[in-house]
Ligand binder design. Sequence first.
Ligand SMILES: Nc1ncnc2c1ncn2[C@@H]1O[C@H](COP(=O)(O)OP(=O)(O)O)[C@@H](O)[C@H]1O
Ligand SMILES: [Mg+2]
Length: 431
Amino acid sequence: MSATTHPLCKKPVSRRLSQADLKFAQLARKTVGASKVDECMRAMHDSDVSNLKEQLLDKGYLDQATADDLDAALAEAPLPAPNSERLPPLKVDNLCSIIGETLGGIYLHRVLGKGGSGVVFAGRNADGEVRAIKVLHPRAARNLITCRRFGRESNALARLLHKNIVRVYASGVDRGLHYTTLEYCPGASLSTVVQTHGPLGLIAAIKVALEVTRGLKIAHSKDIIHRDIKPQNILICSDGQVKLADFGLAQIHGTQHLFTKKTVVGTAHYMSPEQSRAETVDDRADIYSMGVVLFYMLTGRWPFESKKKVDLVRQHRDELAPSPRIYRADLPDYVEELVARCLAKDPDERFDGADALIEALKEARAKALLQKLRVYAEETDHGEPCQMPPKRRRRPRVAKMNRSQAFWLAVCGSVFVSTFAIVFLLFSSLL
Ligand SMILES: Nc1ncnc2c1ncn2[C@@H]1O[C@H](COP(=O)(O)OP(=O)(O)O)[C@@H](O)[C@H]1O
Ligand SMILES: [Mg+2]
């Protein structure tokens, strides 16, 4: 077996097929036959060809049109877990200690964040592409429901391709650990941004809410209710993109319910009243949580605060949410009203879905921009009448001569003057 270097660690490692190749092989076997595919896969170990499709095309086992069809099918199908039988299972108590290992075809490079269910790492796949990989904590994996929920997250997300939703590439179990490979979003979670820099400006907060709600709209259109909208699950990428992550608690229409008895799901600070009653919820539960997120972005506080979860849940269920203005008096009426409408106890009194919230947020953004412009105009105006600068009188234009024109003018002038002088002298001598 020939050796190649890993793109991240630069250590020589035996050539392993990429996940894309494995899935392509699976599909190609049905089309061109297992023996031809296996022959090409064996050949790949000894040649420079790094792509199974190229190898099959080279050998003439596949024509371009069929290859394109297989590519299209590959783009739609979720990728399989890599075959790692030869590697021993990882027995870990501290998940962070697996940095430097390869899991699900990803060389783990560093920790990106920790959540309720596990740890998210940054790493690279065998093609050198940077990926995020979420690894379920072995303790959580002992719980069958958590495992199934973890698997469902990737299946649910695989259906959601949108710029405001973190993309899922693959999921599976490798070396005894459950993992999901995700699009890598460099940046920080909204929670980290607010904790580091304090509450956001009005326009920035509306922009973030707008982008998250656009992602939500796509999820809702596929009958997926997120149920855990919170700043920790909203990623602010370094290029300014906002992405919704962590569909681990999502309620997915058409899938089997994971709970035999009614269970409360979500995070207490952001939980809608109907969620706290363990009811089946609709998209308006996410609208409620969006209201709490907006409140948090604008003030750095939550509408209800308590150290006890039960108190928080009760407050969300029974108490009227305060206005964000108690923490930030300069907030305009229309933002106060928007937040209050999201936080209505009765879902019927909230915005009727993501579309309606998007429209309201756009309107609020327009008003906020206009208000900012007015403030700017007032600041630069100082209340004095605007004085126009005095008009400069225009000098009459004198046509400019170029050099040759000036030369000929001088020649003609001197000829004229000398002729005049000669004539004058002649006349004066005759007289
Ligand atoms: N795709 C990603 N790119 C970059 N960082 C991520 C990504 N996904 C998650 N994170 C980081 O990891 C943290 C936990 O991720 P999350 O999916 O919410 O895990 P959990 O299900 O355990 O709550 C996030 O708050 C974020 O900081
Ligand atoms: Mg999370």
